[in-house]
Design a protein around this ligand. Structure first.
Ligand code: ATP
Length: 513
């Protein structure tokens, strides 16, 4: 299926099966805002929990926090968001469409890089078995030329953005002859900076009301609480604080479903370390986070690191874990070495000391920070799009969502073969026996084959079918979602099978193994 169709399929499947709806749809929706429906909320909760437990439960030096969305407005001056949290935007005068200037340039580079993929495919065909991709990539003149061109473009863009030279960003767009995807014209406005924070007001009377912002990231709630947590939790450096919660950004271009939303959820962890150790800890968290992703089994080829050329004002190193979404490789998670920027700034803006006394080193210092920051909604999209598969069968085809079983909304569906002869009663006893440990669903409507298909389409790893033999020997048919194989097992064994295959505890053990 073409990438575009695949993405359309993801969006329509999410709606049709009750995962994601547009927000306030009866009023025609609100741009880039979405609601999680009955199955979506289960999948989202499971992703959040898998992240949370991997961070907070498995690391004895990481604790949690749930800070408020509204924060004192000086927070955002100190963090740099009032001055610097903006994107460079550019309008096309003919289509009146607005774009992020950096994204236009990056998309241009992505098209160049797609040419490399084509060259590789051609060469693969030509050389067959003897093809050595690495050698080809490092010696083929056309590939090398495209690679160099891409790098030159990205370096120049990074330099101009860093120096706030927006005229040069526009010049680059013109030199590359980038056209508006809608109007096809090169009739561009100047590039301007646009602040992404949503403003709001606290208090009722006009005079006393305070201008606030909805937080654009959860991280600052962690920084301002650093000393509170460190002292009350008697935490010794190195230690981390993890938090999940809503963040808000008035994104300029927000049209990739839940990839770029105006209201979204982040899962962030700030790890406080002695100055000078940031290289080691940065490498550690890059590796640990990739391991977490790979543990879900969505395929190693779907991930790659992208090390940043252009560093944010607070960072001395930064990398993205990119995921192969239906529209190409894009950022899923960021890992940032933030130095002591945040704590120092809060110290100077609040006048309160943000230092830590290190008993081993017998001195006080402002800790450095390594941050891991992932969008829960982007993670949802990654899991959802990689799991959704159309499979050809001998007698037709099926839609199956191979959601990692620890994340699946329902772990098992309990299906009486027919709606009589006592089969529903036994099925409900099985539901009652399993429901305290696992989220299971009972379904007695339609022929059993159709019920299997429906469970495949929502990613339920197991179907448990109760038939007349069950009355005689207390066994059921256990059907596996991924290979559709069926086996006969005793009702008494169901709990153990589910525990091993789908429980959070066994997945966490695998992650640590
Ligand atoms: P991008 O370059 O895609 O705008 P970013 O670099 O601004 O992302 P960060 O500020 O590093 O993103 O935020 C950390 C994570 O939060 C991102 O890796 C992403 O998963 C998520 N995220 C950021 N903005 C959005 C958004 N508008 N909608 C959904 N998730 C988002």
């Amino acid at each position: 299926m073409a990438a575009e169709d695949l993405f359309k399929n993801v969006i329509s499947h999410a709606k049709e099966y009750g995962f994601i709806f547009p927000s306030s749809e009866i009023y025609d929706g609100l741009s880039a805002v979405y609601d999680y429906a009955q199955l979506g909320v289960l999948l989202k909760n499971n992703i959040r929990q898998y992240w949370w437990e991997a961070m907070v439960r498995l690391n004895e030096n990481i604790v949690g926090l749930d800070a408020a969305i509204l924060m004192h407005p000086t927070t955002w001056k100190a963090s740099g968001h009032v001055d610097a949290f903006s994107d460079p935007l550019i309008d096309n005068k003919d289509s009146k469409k607005r774009y992020r200037a950096d994204v236009l340039i990056e998309d241009h580079v992505a098209k160049l890089e797609a040419k490399i993929d084509k060259e590789v495919q051609k060469a693969e065909k030509r050389f067959g078995e003897a093809f050595d991709k690495e050698q080809f990539m490092s010696t083929n003149p056309r590939v090398l030329e495209v690679k160099e061109r891409s790098e030159t473009i990205l370096k120049r863009m990074a330099r101009s953005l860093e120096a706030e030279d927006l005229a040069d960003v526009k010049a680059l767009i013109e030199e590359l002859e980038i056209v508006c995807p809608v109007s096809g014209s090169k009739n561009w406005t100047e590039v301007k900076q646009f602040n992404l924070m949503f403003g709001t007001r606290l208090g009722a009377s006009a005079e006393s009301a305070m201008e606030l912002y909805l937080r654009p990231e959860t991280a600052q709630g962690i920084f301002v609480n650093f000393l509170n947590v460190q002292k009350t939790g008697r935490m010794k450096i190195p230690f981390g604080i993890a938090q999940t919660g809503k963040a808000f950004r008035n994104e300029i271009v927000a049209r990739q479903f839940i990839f770029r939303m105006r209201e979204f959820e982040q899962m962030e962890m700030q790890f406080f370390i002695p100055p000078g150790t940031q290289k080691t800890w940065y490498a550690h968290w890059k590796e640990a986070r990739l391991k977490w992703h790979l543990s879900l089994g969505l395929g190693q080829d779907n991930y790659r690191f992208h090390d940043h050329e252009k560093l944010a004002h607070y960072a001395d190193a930064a990398a993205d874990i990119e995921f192969k979404f239906p529209f190409g490789f894009k950022e899923l998670e960021g890992i940032h070495s933030r130095t002591d920027f945040d704590l120092s700034r809060h110290e100077s803006f609040s006048g309160k000391k943000m230092q830590y006394y290190d008993a081993e080193q017998e001195k006080s210092y402002t800790p450095y920070v390594i941050e891991t920051s992932i969008g829960l909604d982007r993670m949802f999209l990654a899991v959802f799009s990689a799991s959704l598969q159309e499979e050809e069968l001998e007698n037709g085809s099926r839609t199956v969502m191979r959601i990692p079983s620890v994340l699946a909304p329902y772990k098992a569906a309990i299906l009486p073969l027919v709606k009589k002869d006592g089969l529903p009663e036994i099925s409900k006893e099985i539901v009652d026996a399993l429901k305290y440990d696992f989220n299971v669903i009972y379904d007695e409507k339609d022929a059993v084959g159709r019920r299997y298909r429906r469970q495949d389409a929502i990613g339920t790893p197991f179907c448990i079918t109760v038939d007349h033999q069950t009355i005689e020997d207390q066994t059921v048919t256990l059907r596996h979602r991924d290979n559709m194989q069926q086996e006969r097992i005793a009702i008494a064994e169901l709990g153990q099978v589910l525990q091993k295959e789908v429980s959070l505890s066994s997945w966490l053990k695998k992650l640590e193994a």
